[in-house]
Design a protein around this ligand. Sequence first.
Ligand code: PMP
Length: 445
Amino acid sequence: LPKHANEAPLLDPYGAAFYARRIKFRVQDCFFRPVRGRPGTYIDVMKQTIDEDGIRLKTTGEVQACLNLGSYNYLGFADDWDATCGECVHGALRKYGPASCSAQSDAGTMNVHRKLEQVVADFVGKPAAVIFSMGYNTNQLVLPAIANAGSLIISDKLNHVSIVNGCRASGAKVIAFKHNNVDDLERTVRKAIIEGRGEADEPYQPWNKIIIAVEGIYSMEGEICDLRAIVDVAKKYKCYTYVDEAHSIGALGKTGRGVCEHTGVSPDEVDILMGTFSKSFNGMGGYIAGSRELIDHLRSRCAGMLYSSSLSPVVAEQVLTAFRIISGEDGTDIGRERLQAIKDNANYFRAGLKEIGCSVLGDDDSPVVPVMLFHYAKISAFSREALARRLAVVVVGAPAVPLYGSRVRFCLSAAHTREDLSIALAEIAEIARDLGIRYTRSAFG
Ligand code: PMP
C-alpha cells in the first residue's frame, strides 16, 4: 500500500485485482457498444473489438441492425417521436434553446418547469412536486435533504445504487431488509424501534424519523413491490414511505400511474413518490412528489435545487407532451393503447421465455424481464451470440449484481410487434440451448 494517499496512482488502467482485470477484458466488448439512431424498436449496433495491446476497445466499423430488447422505451415514444412529441419539442427548442443555464433557485426555473411540476403532482395524485435534471441525482440528493444522523432508513436489500448512495450521504443509520419481504421488514422495524425497551404497541422510538425506501419495479429483478403490505407496516409503526417509481411510472397500472394504481394503494398512503422521466417518457430527469411542506423544504434545502442546473426546457417539454398522451389529454387513445400493449408484450415475452425453460425473474405486467445466466462467462457468450442473431440485449454482471447473479435483462416496449417478439424468442431458444441456460423441460426440445 502507498504510505500516503497521494502516492497512489490517480488511474489504474490495468485494474487493481487480477480476477477483476481478467473478467473485465473478457466481457468489455459487450458494454459501451455505440448505437446509431434513436433507441426505438430497431437500432444499429456498432461492433467492438479489443485493440492490439489487449486493453482498449475500438469499433470494428461493422454495424449490425438489431431488434432492440434493451432500451427503456416502454411506451414506444422513441419509435414515432416525430408524430407524437416531435412538433412540441421542436417548438420548445426554438422558444427556450437547449438549456436553462442556471440552477432552479437562481434563474433556472422556467415556466415549462413549473408546468411540469404541476402535471407530475396531478398525475401521481400528490399536492406538489419538484423536478430534477437527473433521475439518479434525485435519489442521491433528496435522501440527504430529508434524513440525517438521527434518522433511520430501512431500505430494500436490492434497491438501486442511487438510493443506496443517497442513504449513505444522509448520514442516517441504514438497515437493509430482505428483498420485497414484508415479514422481514416488520421484524427489522420492530427490532429497530423496540430494542428491548417495550412492546410494539407502545414503541419507544429513538429515531427522529424512520423512512422505508422501496422501488415500484425493481430494476434488476423485474419484480413489483408488495406496496400494500409495506404501507400497512409503515402505518402501524409510524414510518415514512419513499417509493422509487423509475420503472413503474408510465408503465404500470391501467392508466400508467404506477405501482400505487397497480396495487390499489392510494397515493395519500405513500409519503414520497419519486420517479424518473428517462424511461416511459423518452426524456431525462426525475421528480419528487409529496406534501406541500415536503416540496417547500426540498426547494430550500436540497442541493439539486440550489447547486445544479435545472432540467433542459426542451426535455421538460418532451416529458409534458408524453404526459399529455399518456393521460389522453391529446384527445387520442394512443396512451391507453400503449399501456395495454406494453403489458401484453411483457406478459407474452415472459411466458415465452418460461416455455423455453429459462430461469425468468420478476412479475407479470412488469416490462423488466431478467433471465438468469448465473455464470459470469455466459454474459459475453449470450451478448455476442445475441448480437450475431440481430438482437440487442443488456447483460448484467458484478458489481451491479452478485457474481453468481449474472443475467440478461430484457426491457419490453409497446412498440414491439408480436412478430418481433416471436422471432426473438425463437433465437433466444437456440442461444439458451447452446449456453445451457434452460432449467426446466422445454417446449423447444
Ligand atoms: N432509480 C432506479 C430504480 C433506476 O433503475 C434508475 C436507472 N435506471 C434510476 C433511479 C436513475 O434514473 P436515471 O437513469 O433517469 O438517472
